[in-house]
Ligand binder design. Structure first.
Ligand code: ADP
Ligand code: ASP
Ligand code: MG
Length: 440
């Protein structure tokens, strides 16, 4: 029997025993589905704190945090299950994961062990949820993501491997309607435990949906769909009912936390609708992301922090060709993607969000001209109708932001978006001014 849909539930949707129980009516229809779960809210952060302490050699403090996590999960088990037998096996399950983490306090700590520890959040949430369904006598299967989810040497999903392995694994559970699996975690090209980066459960859901060619990928979270601005910084944001894949991908890439930056791509490639839903308000239709686009002058705004801008100035650029190639080759050598770019006859400004090789990039770029770097920058992305024939949007946006220094402007690169670079300290104000002028 075919899998018809993917239902991914994020950290808050599995954040406590009540929330976990509330998922049951959502997943128990006749359709055959894969249920992708995140770690309980806060757990991945806790695990990252533990691995940071272990890197610092601070074993004592790491042990204190591990025991605090054990205590927290013992309480979850106590409230989640109603029978003594399930409470006992739940505690044993939690102890096995926490003892596994504890083991790493005895050894030299490596990147590989960090990934193995961080994976325990999704392992615990899925096992607890599976046991909850067993206690309630609801048939389901727990399919380990590590048996099929894999990234290649470039960190990209290995679709061939994933498709072959998930289909083989699914054959074992042909009579189950509910297949539970972990989001976020995967194996890498060496077969080691790895992950799809923070927020990666959305990406897992989309990858699984694409390889299984499901009818719909549902991302269930704590808000009723995609809003037209970031609700963490702006009041009175409104839900957008329809988005195109391109629009959603752009907003996610430029900081809309509701979706992992890469999560739209797999669905877009197989043309599978993505629906964003609220676990707290399951009746709300949420947002539907498809290939069709309903054009609006301005649809939504998003902001991405942690940006560095590099400005390269060189008289050798004047009337020359091949200069930009040399610049790009330097970024390529350090495998650092460029987000925004603007050029004049003698200067070029570029932004990056991965500053791991910033010093090396600056050093190499200095061979080409003078280099100026500014960190703590934010890209603001405005999604709407930016087709070239349209007039008036640039003045409206500049008017909205007339008191904010604009450091770079990228217009004309995409028919549905425009981006601006500002200082991060001006972000909240800029988002609010854009909401006031564009969406009032
Ligand atoms: P989950 O744990 O379910 O994956 P996330 O915290 O990753 O949930 O994503 C949901 C959150 O994204 C919302 O609570 C909201 O604060 C934030 N968010 C940021 N930008 C937007 C936006 N444009 N629309 C909706 N939510 C957004
Ligand atoms: N648990 C992971 C995180 O917190 C993945 C996710 O929630 O999507 O980043
Ligand atoms: Mg998320």
């Amino acid at each position: 029997m075919e899998i018809e849909k993917i239902m991914k539930f994020g950290g808050t949707s599995v954040g406590n025993p009540d929330r976990m129980r509330a998922l049951i009516p959502l997943i128990t229809g006749n359709e055959r589905k894969v249920v992708v779960l995140s770690a309980m809210a806060g757990t991945t952060n806790n695990l990252v704190e533990i691995t940071d302490l272990l890197y610092d050699g601070n074993v004592n403090e790491a042990s204190v945090k591990i025991e605090a996590l054990r205590e927290k999960y013992h309480q979850v088990v106590q409230k989640l299950f109603s029978t003594a037998a399930f409470r006992k096996s739940g505690r044993e399950l939690i102890d096995s994961h926490l003892d596994y983490i504890n083991n790493f306090t005895l050894r030299v700590f490596t990147k590989q062990q960090e990934k193995a520890i961080i994976a325990q959040g999704e392992m615990m949430s899925t096992s607890l949820f599976h046991q909850l369904l067993q206690e309630k006598k609801i048939k389901s299967a727990l399919l380990p993501a590590l048996s099929f989810m894999r990234i290649d040497k470039d960190g990209e999903p290995d679709y061939f491997y994933i498709e072959e392995n998930i289909n083989r694994e699914l054959e074992k559970y042909d009579s189950e309607n509910i297949i539970i699996t972990q989001g976020f975690i995967c194996r890498n090209v060496y077969g080691e435990i790895d992950n799809l980066k923070r927020g990666g459960s959305d990406y897992s859901a989309s990858i699984i949906g694409a390889v299984l060619k499901v009818k719909e990928i549902q991302i269930w979270t704590d808000i009723s769909g995609f809003h037209n601005n970031d609700p963490r910084f702006v009041e009175n944001t409104r839900v957008i009912r329809d988005l195109s894949f391109d629009e959603a991908a752009e907003l996610a890439y430029f900081g809309a936390k509701i979706l992992h930056p890469a999560s739209v791509n797999p669905a877009r490639e197989k043309n599978i609708p993505v629906r964003l839903k609220n676990t707290m308000e399951p009746e709300d239709e949420g947002t539907l992301i498809t290939s069709s686009s309903v054009l609006l002058d301005y649809k939504a705004v998003a902001a991405k922090d942690g940006i560095s801008v590099l400005r390269i100035r060189s008289d050798r650029m004047l009337m020359a060709y091949g200069f930009l190639r040399k610049v790009f080759e330097i970024f390529e050598a350090y495998r650092t993607p460029i987000d925004m770019i603007t050029t004049s006859e003698v200067a070029v400004s570029l932004t990056i969000d991965n500053s791991q090789y910033l010093d090396q990039l600056a050093k190499d770029l200095k061979e080409l001209g003078t280099v100026e770097i500014e960190e703590n920058q934010t890209i603001i992305c405005i999604v709407g109708d930016f087709r070239t024939a349209r007039t008036g949007s640039a003045p409206e946006i500049f008017e909205a932001l007339n008191t904010i220094p604009l450091k770079m402007i990228s217009y004309g690169g995409s028919p549905h978006s425009m981006s601006l670079l500002i200082d991060t300290k001006n972000k909240t104000q800029a988002l609010r001014m854009l909401s006031k002028h564009l969406f009032a």
